[in-house]
Design a protein around this ligand. Structure first.
Ligand code: BGC
Length: 351
């Protein structure tokens, strides 16, 4: 188990040089602690979460997200056949856009394709590879950090200059809150999410055996290329019915439909550590991802070799390919409007 004995984190913010990008830009790491057992580290490359540590009452610490030790590993991971996007913010559009094309106001756009015939997670150079600026750091019992990035008009061929703020807050109740806001200079499409891989037994372990609950009766039906067909699957009685809680599957890549944002979207529980994470969001979907072909060769932080069940992603978001389906929730951000997405990951000891 990924554990070590250190005393409770005191409320704190620590900034350190993390590494340098090939163009000379300096990437910093920022550690926030809430003084109540939660400590998170972020870097301004991809506005990435590199660690999320939870301390037990006796001081035992579990790092519940996958990540790398240094900046070169984060950069190199984007050159893998299937990049893992460990802990990064995904944008301008999370998930797949069919053939990388869509139409707004009768103008058709052709995005850069980075996934066969399609565009995945924003194209060749999505927000997970972007150099973000650290805009604001606040200490105290509810410490927070704001990262900001301006995506230029035409970046990856998306219309409009998009100005994004992502705020991470650790609350005194042991929640990690992620707030995303954005405005655009031209009507565009947007779908932002967080691509952390969680493991409540620690990042060196397996999520097999942990319990997954997803409050969703429907999921998106996909074609052979994993593109939504526009139809829905009723999950009742199928292998992807997690309404009553079930063991985390060894492989899943599914967008669930959230019909009531007053309820938690999902939760994960480990009987081993007694840790529970509950996910709340104002978004219409949670995309659950485990497995994939990108593991086996990935060496993560603390010399851990990650494998297919090292972690599970809870990507709260709009539906993939929504720009091409009129009956999916609207993915267009209009000039003059503000995009606003809030997701909370709440941690507790349930035993
Ligand atoms: C997608 C997967 C993709 C993975 C890349 C997930 O969000 O749903 O299909 O392979 O990201 O790491």
């Amino acid at each position: 188990m990924q554990k070590s004995h250190i005393s409770h984190f005191t409320a704190n913010c620590v900034t350190k040089l993390f590494g340098t990008l090939p163009d000379g830009k300096e990437v910093y790491s920022y550690v926030l602690s809430n003084g109540n057992g939660l400590e998170a580290t972020f870097i301004n490359y991809g506005a990435t979460i590199t660690s999320l540590k939870i301390a037990d009452e006796d001081g035992t610490v579990t790092d519940v997200v996958l990540g790398f030790n240094d900046i070169d590993d984060y950069i190199d991971a984007f050159n893998l056949p299937s990049a893992p996007y460990f802990g990064s913010v995904i944008g301008r559009y999370a998930g797949r856009i069919n053939k990388g094309t869509f139409t707004i106001n009768n103008d058709t756009y052709q995005l850069n394709k980075n996934h066969g015939a399609h565009t995945l997670h924003g194209g060749n150079s999505g927000f997970g590879r972007a150099f973000w600026q650290m805009k604001q750091l606040k200490g105290g019992l509810n410490p927070s950090i704001v990262f900001t990035y301006t995506s230029r008009d035409g970046e990856e061929q998306f219309p409009g200059e998009l100005a994004i703020d992502v705020t991470y807050t650790l609350t005194e109740n042991n929640e990690l809150v992620v707030d995303y806001t954005a405005t655009t200079t031209k009507d565009t499409v947007i779908n932002l999410t967080q691509h952390s891989y969680f493991n409540l037994d620690g990042h060196a372990q397996t999520v097999s055996g942990q319990e997954l609950l997803v409050n969703a009766d429907k999921a998106l039906k996909l074609d052979a290329d994993n593109i939504p067909t526009g139809e829905f699957i009723t999950v009742k009685g199928t292998a992807i019915d997690f309404n009553g809680g079930a063991t985390v599957p060894s492989s899943i890549d599914t967008s669930f439909v959230l019909e009531n944002n007053d309820r938690p979207a999902a939760s994960l529980y480990s009987a081993k550590t007694g840790l529970k994470m509950t996910v709340y969001t104002n978004q219409p979907s949670v995309h659950i991802y485990v497995g994939g072909n990108c593991f086996g060769s990935i060496h993560g932080k603390e010399s851990v070799s990650y494998h297919t069940t090292s972690g599970i992603c809870f990507e709260t978001q709009n539906f993939p390919d929504a720009p091409n389906h009129a009956h999916f929730p609207d993915s267009v951000l209009r000039k003059g409007e503000q995009y606003s997405h809030k997701t909370r990951f709440a941690f507790e000891r349930a035993k």
